[in-house]
Every structure is written in C-alpha cells, then in structure tokens.
Design a protein around this ligand. Sequence first.
Ligand code: URA
Length: 222
Amino acid sequence: MLSRDDVFEELGIGPVWRLREAPGAAASPLTGLASPAMGWDELADAVAHCTACKLHLTRTQGVLGVGDRNADWLIVGEAPGANEDAQGEPFVGQAGKLLDAMLAAIGLARGDNVYIANVLKSRPPGNRSPEPDEIAACLPYLLNQIALIRPKIILALGRFAAQTLLCTDETIARLRGRVHEFQGIPLVVTYHPAYLLRNLPDKARAWEDLCLARRTMALTDL
Ligand code: URA
C-alpha cells in the first residue's frame, strides 16, 4: 500500500513550498487547520450575521456553501454573484451550470460527495473582484469549513481561490497542471467556469485539470 508521502511524490507535490519561498510570495496565514473554531450551526449563523467587511452593507445574504459536509471533494470558487446572492447557494447561475457539467464529466454531482464554497461569502457589488481586506476578513470561514469537512482533495476554481489558498500571486496559467498541497490536502487549480464561458479554447485545459484531480483522488483512495 502506498503511503501518503509516496502518493505525493508520485504526484510531484511540493512546488507550493518553493512558491512560498519565492521572492514576493506572501507569508502564509494558513496554519493550524486542525481544530475548527466553530461547528456548522455556529458557522452558518456567523456567516449570516457577519459584518466583518463592507460587503455586508450591500449583500442580500451571506452564502456559506452547499453540499455534502462529509465530502471527499471540496470545490472553492471566488464569491457569490447576483444569482447566488439572491438564492443563498453558490454557483447557481450560468457559471454554476458549467461547473455542474464539469463535475458530471468526472462522475461527480453537486451535493454527492462534493461540497462547494467560495472564498468570499458575500457578493461584491457589480460582481467586481474581491478586495484584499474582504478576503482577509472572510478567509477564517473557509478555513473553518475546510477543517470541518476535511476533504481528500480541493479543486480551486480561478485566480482568487488558487492564490488565496496557496498564498501566492502566481497566475492560473502557472499554477494549473500540477498538484499542490494545502495543509496536507492535495489541491488542484483550474480555470473559473465564468472565465471558461468566455474563453472556450481553455476548456480543454480545464478538462486536463479535472482529469488530474480525478487521478489524484484515485491515488489518495488507495
Ligand atoms: N462565481 C463564483 O466564484 N462563485 C459563485 O458562487 C458563483 C459564481
């Protein structure tokens, strides 16, 4: 039987540590996942009533996440958009339809061994990009979710999820195509579905990333 280290070696995990040491890489605030500060009920309540950043002034509701709280797969997106803000669930718009199709392509379905969350729990107005202070304020919720779920693999969708979890400012183009590690959990980066809707040729690369994630999962299951 392969050990976790064997698996990581086989997958070539490790570059993330070099990235963290790279000049300009941010120091990692992502330590000490071991025990979640809040249980699910407390977390849901905290997100619903959160006023930690300015987004609470404009959001309809906080969007915690959706799916199987014991999932092997954790999908992390950027932030709720207009549809998600209205419905209280991540990825319910056009990008969500594509995400569901991407999951189906590797034999997965929303809610079935899959949990979907975002870096930000509140919608940035006008769907603008998350700002650093908003990410800093919201990150503890995602870390708490990861500590509760303890997924076997994380799929980071797009720049904000990837850069936040890996503490780097590397581009998606450089981060995708290999397996990183987040707190001992394999992490694969791919394009955000909203980006793929506008850049169809990159769907082939996203498919490669999904296959890499599926292969990684199969190895961690050995
Ligand atoms: N884009 C995201 O990153 N997350 C959502 O929930 C919806 C769109």
